[in-house]
Design a protein around this ligand. Structure first.
Ligand SMILES: Cc1ncc(COP(=O)(O)O)c(C=O)c1O
Length: 400
């Protein structure tokens, strides 16, 4: 018998998506009849706007869209994405700088696969979204964490980034608004980080998928304005802005050589994104932003309720998130305390206990590189949100 491992070392090293795992467990408990409230999902609870769905229905009936189309995306969608980028962030690109991908996730993978050689270092601000480490690892890159906490609202400073920079640093990953923390960098801080990256010749990969979900006085600005155009890659998609997570359309914008190389990769891996979904995305990005304005209003209301309720729970500290749809409270004060006959030592164990005892699903900070925290999505109905956080509060009040 062969002694060679059945699964390659590269792929064995990839862990299951912790956010999807929590969601799956909560859904399975729900299907078994238990009244679980899930704060795990990273998706809007709204349906996709009707005019976008209608465009897709029409496309499905058009034989033109039943065939292969260019791997890099429908030309009209690439142009519309270039136009939308100029409209929303004032950043000018041409259609041949756009690659349409199967969701933002594929854009993340292709960006790192295209930029990194083995040993190249990527600066990643922790807490970070759980997909980045896997994409960096698979490309042979080395992730260097720049750890932040609630005391700075999870914002990294130029000094922290500079302290982590080495001769091998090639890329700095910039995510604002952030998943999982909801942190949003001010225009000044964004500019300062961009200028620092430019000064050191670093590439900037900027994930702008939550650009339209900012609250209070926060303002989204693209770091691309502060970095040379030949060293910046923008990742984005329709999932969060238009409640289109299931349609799987994202994109990567970059210098032409990067886009060409990433398109070559995609042409062998997946070819064109489903034409029906691309036409839906075309309707989305060429339409107005009224649907996201409505969602933003609902998210903002839920955000305030959630943060207030979380901070009322003894031992929970939650800075105000200013973007995306997540709260990221610290639960460190509760660890090691006795609760329902157990003594959870870390946030993963505490999350497990909350799921079993209060029937509420949260994602532990272990998934985002910072144990001791929870991520709670507020993209769920107001009543469920209040009920869910109340249940957590009642249970945690028993901790001794
Ligand atoms: C920060 C961030 N980037 C990218 C994505 C990718 O989204 P999708 O692949 O659904 O387009 C997500 C989804 O959760 C995200 O949170």
């Amino acid at each position: 018998m062969s002694t060679r491992p059945r699964i390659s070392a590269r792929i064995s090293a990839i862990s299951e998506s912790a956010t999807l795992a929590v969601d799956a467990k909560a859904k399975a408990m729900k299907a078994a009849g238990r009244p679980v409230i899930g704060f795990g999902a990273g998706e809007p609870d709204f349906p996709t706007p009707g005019y976008i769905v209608e465009a897709a229905v029409e496309a499905a009936r058009n034989p033109k869209y039943h065939k292969y189309t260019p791997a890099g995306g429908l030309p009209e969608l690439r142009q519309a994405i270039a136009d939308k980028t100029a409209r929303d962030s004032g950043y000018q690109v041409s259609a041949d700088q756009v690659l349409v991908t199967n969701g933002g996730k594929q854009a993340v993978y292709e960006a790192f696969a295209t930029l990194l050689d083995p040993g190249d270092e990527v600066l990643v601000v922790a807490p970070y979204w759980t997909t980045y480490p896997e994409a960096i690892k698979l490309a042979g890159g080395v992730q260097v964490d720049v750890v932040t906490d609630e005391t700075t609202g999870y914002l990294a400073s130029v000094e922290q980034l500079e302290a982590a920079r080495t001769e091998r640093t090639k890329v700095v990953l910039f995510v604002s608004p952030s998943n999982p923390t909801g942190a949003v960098y001010s225009p000044d801080d964004t500019a300062a980080i961009g200028r620092w990256a430019a000064e050191h010749g670093l590439w900037v990969v900027t994930d702008e998928i939550y650009e339209h979900l900012v609250y209070g006085g926060a303002e989204f600005t693209s770091i691309a304005h502060h970095v040379p155009a030949d060293q910046v890659v923008i990742l984005n998609g329709v999932a969060k802005t238009y409640a289109m997570t299931g349609w799987r359309v994202g994109w990567l914008i970059g210098p032409k050589d990067v886009v060409k190389a990433a398109t070559n990769l995609q042409s062998h891996a997946t070819s064109n994104v489903s034409n029906v979904a691309q036409v839906a995305a075309l309707a989305a990005v060429s339409g107005d932003l009224s649907a996201v304005a409505e969602m933003r209003e609902a998210f903002d209301r839920r955000r305030k309720t959630m943060v207030r309720m979380l901070n009322e729970i003894p031992g929970v500290v939650c800075p105000e998130p200013l973007g995306a749809f997540y709260a990221y409270p610290s639960v460190r004060e509760l660890l090691g305390k006795e609760l329902r006959g157990r003594r959870p030592a870390n946030s993963a164990e505490l999350a497990e206990l909350i799921l079993e005892e209060a029937e509420v699903a949260v994602v532990p900070g272990e998934a985002f590189g910072t144990p001791g925290y929870f991520r709670l999505s507020y993209a769920l109905g107001d009543d469920d949100l209040v009920e869910g956080v109340s249940r957590i509060g009642k249970l945690l009040a028993e901790a001794r």
